[in-house]
Write a protein that binds this ligand. Structure first.
Ligand code: LMR
Length: 396
């Protein structure tokens, strides 16, 4: 039965972690996967999370199943983070959220919902995009098309080309948008550009699907929701897949959400019943712990304050590493201008290094970055910076 099966290629991001673990060198550095490290090189459990967990352990009374959609107060907290406390989308009950196993789980649920319930089954993703998007959408049965996004010459956004490509999408097509901290480029739309995309979605009847995995890693929790809130106020329907892996440091708890917004409550409730049906067929109902941690923090003013300060510290440390990275490259004698890296936001820097350079970094210097040239700045420390920059100086 199995003997004819070919080996699958290694995952472009998680496959690197496997190779990194097997690497015997002691000065190796993993800047592949997007995981935050503190200045000592550890991925810490946030203090706010620890305190919430202590509270949970003391008060928890049962491990009985959750409902298909997960923890109700968590789902409401997700909507509040996405749309803002005063949003009419929430007060008019136009949104319905299901807790999902991480951002990937949320995207997969959204994709299966689109395949089952919408006619076109075509999704447009940015070029480039997160390496797992194609995998998730194609596996679910969607056809994936690309819209222009990155301009290699300017290391910036090619907004004109983006609009031109999306103008050729058909009514009913889905457009995948990165809510903030675009992965892998670190280049986001400004307010006016979000408005243009919102207008385009409205006029051409395109359905926005937001991937929102880095809220708080750009400018701040409220500021980073600008794109979602702008478009949600312009179009009648949208989907959001969000993740709390990074901003709560809850990577292995697999905690995210899929949110559906419809024109009115009745439509939202009916459509959401289909989301629940396919969750039931997939993993039945989600695990509780991550959702309870997040909702325990967000319903407690002091814990929320602590969480926000911890998130700010992570964001600021990454910003410091960006500047240090650019300065250290210069100090190592690298002539290529990498100053654009300081302008990018979020966890990643889209370095412009090519496949051969990326391969050399790994093979000769034990510095692991993604094949696209994406570097996780969140994995840099003062200590590993010289190793990284010396290696880059050798390959450029
Ligand atoms: C990343 O892009 O590195 C993260 O989102 C982790 C992952 O699952 O790929």
């Amino acid at each position: 039965m199995f003997s004819h099966i070919d080996a699958a290629p290694a995952d472009p991001i998680l496959g690197l972690t496997e190779a990194f673990k097997a690497d015997k060198r002691t000065d190796k550095v993993n800047l592949g996967v997007g995981i935050y490290k503190d200045e000592t090189g550890k991925t810490p459990i946030l203090e706010s999370v620890k305190l919430a967990e202590q509270k949970l352990v003391a008060l928890e009374e049962t491990k009985s199943y959750l409902g298909i959609e997960g923890v109700a107060k968590y789902n409401l907290a997700v909507q509040t983070l996405l749309f803002g406390k005063e949003s009419s989308i929430i007060s008019q009950k136009r949104a319905a959220t299901a807790q999902a196993p991480g951002g990937t789980g949320a995207l997969r649920v959204a994709a299966e919902f689109l395949v089952a319930q919408t006619p076109n089954k075509t999704i447009w993703v940015s070029n480039p995009t997160w390496a797992n998007h194609n995998n998730i959408f194609q596996t679910a049965g969607l056809t994936v098309k690309q819209y222009s996004y990155y301009d290699a010459a300017s290391h910036g956004l090619d907004f004109e080309a983006m609009v031109a490509d999306l103008s050729s999408a058909k009514a009913g097509d889905v457009v995948l948008l990165h809510g903030c901290c675009h992965n892998p480029t670190g280049i986001d739309l400004n307010l006016e550009q979000w408005q243009v995309i919102g207008q385009l979605c409205l006029e051409k009847q395109l359905l926005p699907l937001f991937d929102f995995a880095y809220q708080g890693f750009g400018v701040g929790v409220e500021e980073d929701a600008q794109g979602i809130r702008t478009i949600a106020n312009m179009v009648p329907e949208l989907l959001v897949a969000n993740s709390f892996s990074k901003n709560f440091g809850l990577y292995n708890e697999r905690i995210g959400g899929v949110t559906l917004v419809a024109a009115d409550q009745q439509t939202a409730t009916k459509a959401f019943s289909q989301v629940k049906k396919l969750i039931r067929a997939n993993y039945s109902n989600p695990p509780a712990h991550g959702a309870l941690v997040v909702s325990t923090i967000l319903e407690d003013e002091a814990l929320t304050k602590l969480w926000l300060s911890e998130l700010t510290a992570m964001r600021e440390r990454i910003a410091t590493m960006r500047t240090l990275f650019v300065d250290t490259l210069k100090a190592e004698g690298v002539k290529t201008d990498f100053s654009f890296i300081a302008e990018q936001c979020g966890m990643f820097s889209f370095s412009g290094l090519n496949k051969d350079q990326v391969a050399k970094l790994k093979e000769e210097f034990g510095v692991y970055i993604v094949g696209s040239g994406r570097i996780s700045v969140a994995g840099m420390t003062k200590e590993n910076m010289p190793v990284i920059c010396k290696a880059i100086a050798q390959v450029v």
